[in-house]
Design a protein around this ligand. Structure first.
Ligand code: 4UU
Length: 517
């Protein structure tokens, strides 16, 4: 059938050409896989451009640094296969070089948000048990002591680790089923979890871009990703760009004006962004000051993109294709994407299944597989569960007859602030730790710029005179800025189900009613 739906298994198969994974028993790290694909292209092609300095790294510069760094990390620093390394850095040209080096050694990469507080980092370390951390001069003070000293990557010492190998490195045998990365996600419930992803997971995702290893579509693509490389979207996109002969323009911190300057200066052809950047691009006149004619594609994902933003974008940038992608940390970023101009015309959808993926739409209450076009039950509860090898996304979706995915709602307890995950349960626990707070609930509140902001409902002690600013500050001191509580309402009680579960949908309704009064 057109949609790829198979009634026998109640699952959807990709409509794209099937991608053949390398045989499982061949040792292959995703680093070797990426470099092998790239090596079929011109060695003088540019892999990275530092947007701040304009410095370019050709493929030969890049591989020289990767090899030198890998050798020194092994021989000088003592990292070895199976070790885990935390990486706490904003985007920089050093990050992709570090990722590929670590992956080639079989060292497990564990990237964390550089805006995390020391207590947040400690929690992550408790899960992933890294032997060392790669940090920057700005993040080093947030790292508790580990068995090895942290390595500061914006330092002259790191530069020298990248520039000369002390000793030749024997090729490390990495099996495809070895862990490549441990990334953090709250999944469908509140607690942060360490997601284990193998080299084969990444090979399957990178290799399922249809032009992998071929020349078609690989010409002269200049990419700029505002999405952070520590998040799955940015992480696997870096690997994909390195593999597919693309040039990656690297910007340390998002700034609209600097991004547009970089598009003009480096003739950027594609952007990968979260929805707030699309909203900002169509708002305000700043885009008019720049020559953006090089731009032919914008990929957006990580959170829902509103219909208004899509229409305004198509109006403002008629030459640029706006393509959506849907994925999760738990799926190695895999899932649904738009990969052609024809697919991108399907506004509001997230595209079609990647060649290496399969999907099932199940009734959230019964778990029974549903055919195309069925809409689920929005009253249902969500639970993360992996049964029969399937991963529960916690999203309310349907797939239409042409195989396009539409995301209607999120059933799981997750707030997406500018595409970043904020777990309500984490904030609720912090709120409840305040001596003046009796009970609390946190919900996503719609916001034009951020998509959603964390909003708290707080029941305070009858004798307490703590105010809104006091509560907000109490939380702000303990969490990364993107998790801050940005809206708050004091209430007498938190609505709960008979089993004690917070009735979030009721609170969301209350919040929206309050705002329209
Ligand atoms: C509505 O956000 C991500 C991954 C994003 C991604 C990956 C590959 C984007 C484009 C791409 O090509 O991962 P997490 O783990 O931070 O969050 C996953 C959740 C999903 O379950 C869903 O609720 O983020 C939400 N989400 C989306 N929602 C992700 N993409 C979309 C989307 N529309 N396009």
């Amino acid at each position: 059938p057109k949609s790829g739906y198979c009634s026998k298994t109640a699952s959807f198969h990709s409509l794209r050409p099937q991608f053949n994974l390398p045989p499982e028993n061949i040792p292959l790290s995703v680093a070797s896989y990426v470099l092998a694909l790239r090596s079929s292209f011109n060695p003088d092609s540019t892999v990275l451009i530092d947007s701040a300095t304009g410095h370019r790294f050709t493929y030969s510069d890049f591989t020289r640094r990767v090899n030198s760094l890998a050798s020194n990390l092994h021989h000088v620093i003592g990292l070895k296969k199976g070790d885990t390394a935390l990486v706490v850095s904003p985007n920089s040209v050093r990050v992709p070089i570090l990722y590929v080096s670590l992956l080639s050694l079989g060292v497990i990469v564990s990237p964390a948000n550089p805006s995390s507080t020391p207590s947040e980092i400690s929690r992550l370390i408790g899960l992933s048990k890294p032997v060392t951390a790669f940090v920057t001069t700005a993040t080093v003070q947030n790292i508790p002591s580990l068995s090895r000293e942290p390595i500061v990557i914006d330092s002259p010492e790191f530069e020298s680790l990248m520039s000369r190998p002390r000793q030749k490195l024997e090729r490390v045998r990495v099996s495809q089923n070895d862990l490549a990365a441990v990334m953090y996600s709250s999944g469908t419930t509140g607690k942060v979890k360490a997601v284990m992803l193998t080299h084969r997971n990444f090979i399957a995702i990178v290799g399922s871009f249809p032009w992998a290893g071929g020349t078609e579509g690989a010409a002269e693509k200049v990419m700029l990703y505002t999405v952070p490389y520590f998040h799955m979207f940015g992480f696997f996109y870096c690997l994909k760009s390195m593999a597919l002969n693309e040039t990656l323009v690297v910007m340390e911190r998002f700034d609209m004006r600097r991004m547009l300057e970089a598009v003009e200066r480096f003739k950027v052809t594609h952007l990968a962004v979260a929805p707030p950047v699309v909203v900002a691009l169509v708002k305000g006149g700043v885009t008019e000051e720049f020559d953006l004619r090089s731009l032919v594609g914008v990929t957006c994902g990580g959170a829902p993109l509103g219909k208004d933003a899509i229409e305004a974008f198509v109006d403002r940038f008629p030459r640029a294709q706006l393509a959506q992608g849907y994925g999760m940390t738990e799926t190695t970023g895999g899932g649904f994407r738009m990969l052609s101009p024809e697919e991108a015309l399907n506004w509001g959808s997230c595209g079609r299944l990647l060649g290496s993926c399969e999907a099932k739409i199940v009734d959230p209450e019964t778990g029974i597989g549903l055919p195309p076009c069925y809409l689920g039950d929005s009253e249902a509860t969500s639970a993360t569960l992996v049964s029969d090898g399937w991963l529960m996304t916690g999203d309310l979706c349907y797939i239409d007859k042409e195989g396009y995915l539409f995301v209607l709602d999120r059933l799981k307890e997750l707030i997406k602030y500018k595409g970043y995950q904020v777990a309500p349960a984490e904030l609720e626990q912090l709120l409840q730790s305040h001596p003046d707070i009796v009970d609390a609930a946190v919900i996503p509140y719609p916001d034009e710029d951020a998509g959603e902001i964390p909003m708290a409902f707080v029941v305070k002690h009858y004798h307490s005179n703590i105010d809104e600013a006091g509560v907000k500050q109490f939380i702000a001191k303990q969490v990364a800025p993107y998790k801050k509580i940005r809206r708050l309402s004091f209430v007498n009680s938190i609505p709960k189900s008979a089993s004690g579960k917070i009735l979030r949908k009721d609170l969301i309704k209350t919040a929206l009613q309050q705002s329209t009064l």
